[in-house]
Ligand binder design. Structure first.
Ligand code: GLA
Length: 394
């Protein structure tokens, strides 16, 4: 049994245990790692994430034939502290937030589908996942998009990836309380296997960018987490919006570096630094995309280094031990690949894009870091995966 088969078996078993019958359909959506374009999505710019081979699987089937024709029922497995939790709610009544996060997330998705005019049929689902939680790999987007796909497909709706992503984002914004952008949900919904996804966060147009076969994607989890991540994230977003407002534009996408520099004397210094990160990060998308397609590891090394420093110095979402590990890996890799903080930050993961044969260089740096780190860092290799889809199960 491979990883996915085991996960499907978990979802099937959870469904059977919860409802006493077999599920009739299965759906999947992956987590993602962002390669470049950090904190750019909610500023309407371009980003370049790629889906990974870790995912949320939803087993789905009809509602209980007895009394519950109008009920939506859900059970969540393999979700850390939410293990084996159950929820049910009435689809004919207004949907209200439940007691905990995963319940809110499911309810939020069903409600968001309704707000976009898509009616969900009563059904029962079981959700299992293996995207690491809290590691910056968007377990949350995988969850939301998988549930959106299951609900819509099961209800006979054929929704485009952009709609699935918008539904999942609205659910997080409204029911989970995170002002996240659209990148994670689009990566979960629209990625193409063996490619990164160039995404215009304003138009939601996408272009799959091939990842050169000489390259491997390694995610290094530092185990470090900052508290109050959501409020800090929302604050960063507000800071960016304040600068956009200063310029009288819709979003920082509409400001270039020269214009920002000219305005430096008029801007609060923290706000200026936040905007400098976003505006310079937008200029790093294209060189990283080209380097990915060509397998140009020297270019990846140079641009990802700049990106890391910008996140750390200007956007202030790194931590000293993470900076230290990034530096050690960068030195060990030399021109064999690049490394930087990925995802929202405030702790979390580094991503390295490097030649396949550079694995030992990464491992060596991590071993030296771990020798005197409070928390050990660990590396995982991920394959660029496809976005959300129904699964044919025999
Ligand atoms: C989180 C958010 C995304 C994006 C990244 C930072 O993952 O959910 O929308 O803003 O942080 O790039």
């Amino acid at each position: 049994m491979d990883r996915r088969d085991r996960l499907i078996a978990r979802a099937r078993q959870g469904y059977r245990l919860a409802y006493g019958v077999e599920p009739s359909r299965f759906f999947a959506a992956p987590g993602r790692v962002n390669l470049i374009g950090e904190h750019v999505d909610y500023n309407d710019g371009y980003v370049l994430p790629c889906a990974i081979d870790r995912e949320t699987i939803v087993a789905a089937g009809p509602p209980s034939p007895q009394t519950k024709e109008k009920l939506f029922e859900a059970v969540a497995l393999d979700m850390g502290e939410m293990a084996s939790a159950r929820d049910s709610f009435d689809l004919l009544a207004p949907i209200r937030p439940g007691d905990n996060n995963w319940q809110n997330h499911v309810r939020g998705v069903v409600q968001a589908l309704g707000r976009y005019g898509h009616k969900v049929r009563p059904m029962r689902i079981a959700i299992a996942g293996d995207v690491p939680i809290g590691a910056g790999l968007s377990s949350s987007a995988a969850f939301g998009v998988a549930v959106a796909l299951a609900c819509s497909d099961y209800s006979g709706l054929e929704l485009a990836p952009e709609m699935l992503a918008k539904v999942a984002q609205l659910a997080e914004n409204d029911f989970v309380g995170c002002a996240c952008g659209i990148m994670d949900q689009m990566a979960a919904a629209a990625s193409v296997a063996d490619h990164a996804l160039l995404l215009d966060c304003r138009s939601l147009e996408t272009l799959p960018v091939p990842i050169h076969k000489s390259l491997a994607i390694t995610v290094i989890d530092t185990g470090l987490r900052r508290s109050l991540t959501e409020s800090a994230f929302n604050q960063r977003r507000a800071e960016c919006e304040a600068v956009a407002q200063h310029f009288g534009v819709k979003a920082l996408r509409d400001v270039d570096y020269g214009r920002l520099l000219r305005a430096e004397p008029d801007l609060d210094h923290t706000l200026f630094r936040r905007a400098r990160h976003v505006v310079t990060e937008m200029e790093r998308i294209e060189p990283v995309g080209v380097a990915l397609a060509r397998g140009d590891t020297a270019q990846l090394a140079a641009v990802m280094r700049e990106a890391h420093l910008s996140l750390s110095d200007d956007f202030d979402v790194s931590l000293p031990p993470i900076d230290r590990l990034a530096q050690m890996i960068a030195e060990s890799l030399g021109d064999a690949g690049g490394v930087r903080l990925t995802g929202a930050g405030f702790g979390g993961c580094l991503v390295a894009v490097a030649r396949h044969d550079a694995g030992p260089a990464i491992d060596d740096a991590i071993a030296r870091y771990n020798a005197d780190a409070d928390l050990p860092a660990r590396a995982d290799l991920f394959r660029p995966a496809r976005g959300a889809a129904p699964i044919e199960v025999g």
